[in-house]
Design a binder for this molecule. Structure first.
Ligand code: GLN
Length: 493
């Protein structure tokens, strides 16, 4: 049952009382019970809370009340603070942390009636592209190569959220995207993932990684579902000074706009050397689909694309090194007792942070240090401005951009773990939109020769998520993506 419903059809079935929120929630909890030993998509499952919320939803629906998400079981990346429910950021240093408050995004979803199944796994502090650096163990991608059972990564950092939705353990989920952490796992897991414009969703109560880049967003199995969920997540929040005070449009309605008359830009710099032919071919196919649907295709140039990764991997660690200074063993989380304060800091941080987080803190501290600030950090900020200008220039000529989401399909567990740079290269197509703060979506559009899903990315103007949803929906309809992961609720369970 769990994979048959979308967020939209489950909502309609609940309102028509064809199904109860309790039945729907129990079915998803059963899916989690059955699949979690293989996939490890969750860090914490909250069945009692979920069933209590489901019963409250049934009562509300019985009174003819209810919001946009009433009774819909969803999963939350374990980077969003949830009141009374442990929030770890997949780090030992936050293992004992139970927030006394709710993040604004999850509070918005609760206001709208959502049922929270639990907290999903991620790369430690959202740093990564594979969900393998979690202190609680890796998440496994529900997809497998045809004829093989090699374990694959779900992408990252929001890999648990993506795997849970792909396998039918949740109808939808939340992620955060700093340099691709929603779009890339969506591509690897054959689902839809949307990074809104920076400032569209509040970052209040989201464990900070790189504050000028971090942005919450939705995962689901259809474009319309991500539009529905974003409609709940988004909105102005006085508690986050970077959250923007603009009305939240009807994103679900925007999915039905079509692309007739839109100009779609194809950035020539995204033809990267060594990109698999299948991904090039899918991109060409995507261009043809949009042209057939009435869009005008325009070649554009984003000349500073080649500096995207270098810029990101200076700015993001710099901000991370500063944000993570708060984990000192004094105020919250892990504390390793020591003889004096300096030892307490050092021993707590040495015990609490994993290797990738330590690497980022070291890089970040280095690029911010007195002798190197101008050479690295300041330079990166200047290049960041140029990358942003590439996008604003392109958006004078076109309404949206079409690119592949990632340069590969899901790779094997452990494949890139020895070489951080190999891992960073994964983000080549997602990082520029993060640097510019513009919205992007990944839509599953085809499979590679091994039967693994591949995503196409649509990037739009600041605060024009509506066009992104419109273009994404047209791609979704044309692609008719119907392949299913090997490990899922319906596969004979
Ligand atoms: N993979 C990128 C990184 O490791 C992006 C992560 C993210 O978007 N949170 O930093």
């Amino acid at each position: 049952m769990t994979l048959e419903f979308t967020l939209a059809t489950a909502r309609d079935a609940l309102r028509a009382r064809r199904i109860s929120a309790r039945e729907l929630t129990e079915a998803h909890l059963a899916a989690i019970d059955a699949l979690e030993p293989e996939l490890h998509a969750f860090i914490t499952v909250t069945p009692e809370q979920a069933l209590a919320q489901a019963d409250a939803a049934d009562a509300a629906l019985g009174r003819g009340e209810g919001g946009p998400l009433t009774g819909l079981p969803v999963a939350i990346k374990d980077l969003f603070c949830t009141k009374g429910v442990r929030t770890t950021a997949a780090s030992r240093i936050l293992e004992p942390f139970v927030p006394p408050y709710e993040s604004t995004v999850t509070a918005n979803m609760l206001r709208d009636g959502a049922v929270f199944l639990g907290k999903t796994n991620l790369d430690e502090f959202a740093m990564g592209s594979s969900t393998t650096t979690s202190a609680f163990g890796a998440t496994i991608n529900p997809w497998q190569r045809r004829g093989a059972n090699t374990q694959l990564v779900p992408g990252g950092s929001s890999g648990g959220s993506a795997a849970a939705v792909a396998a039918g353990m949740a109808l939808a989920s939340t992620g955060t995207d700093t340099g691709g952490s929603i779009r890339q796992p969506a591509s690897f897991c054959g689902i839809v993932g949307m990074k809104p414009t920076y400032g569209r969703c509040s970052r209040f109560g989201v464990v900070a990684f790189a504050s000028s880049l971090d942005q919450p967003g939705p995962f689901a199995r259809t474009v319309e579902d991500t539009a529905i969920l974003l409609g709940s997540m988004a909105g102005h929040d006085p508690k986050d000074s970077t959250s923007v005070n603009r009305p939240v449009p009807d994103y679900a309605a925007a999915c039905r706009r079509g692309v007739r008359g839109l100009r779609i830009g194809i950035p020539r710099e995204y033809h990267s050397d060594g990109m698999p032919a299948e991904i090039e071919a899918l991109w060409t196919q995507g261009i043809a689909w949009l042209r057939e649907a009435g869009a005008e295709i325009v070649d554009v140039s984003l000349p500073h694309t080649k500096y995207g990764l270098a810029t990101y991997y200076i700015v993001a660690p710099a901000e991370a090194s500063s944000n993570l200074a708060r984990y000192d063993g004094v105020r919250f989380g892990l504390r390793v007792p020591a003889n004096d304060l300096t030892d307490l800091y050092e021993e707590t941080r040495a015990a609490g942070f994993g290797a990738e987080v330590r690497r980022r803190i070291l890089i970040g501290t280095y690029v911010l240090s007195a002798g190197y600030y101008d050479a690295y950090y300041l330079k990166a900020q200047k290049v960041r401005a140029l990358i942003l200008r590439d996008f604003t220039d392109a958006f004078e000529r076109v309404d949206a951009l079409l690119t592949p989401t990632a340069p590969s399909a899901a790779f094997a567990l452990g494949e890139k773990n020895d070489d951080p740079v190999q891992m960073y290269l994964n983000d080549v197509f997602t990082v520029p939109a993060s640097i510019a703060g513009v919205p992007g979506i990944s839509v599953p559009a085809g499979v590679d020769g091994d039967g693994l899903p591949l995503g196409l990315q649509v990037i739009g103007r600041h605060f024009d998520e509506e066009t992104v949803f419109a273009v994404g929906s047209v791609l979704e309809q044309a692609a008719e993506f119907s392949a299913k992961p090997a490990i899922r609720m319906e596969a004979g369970r």
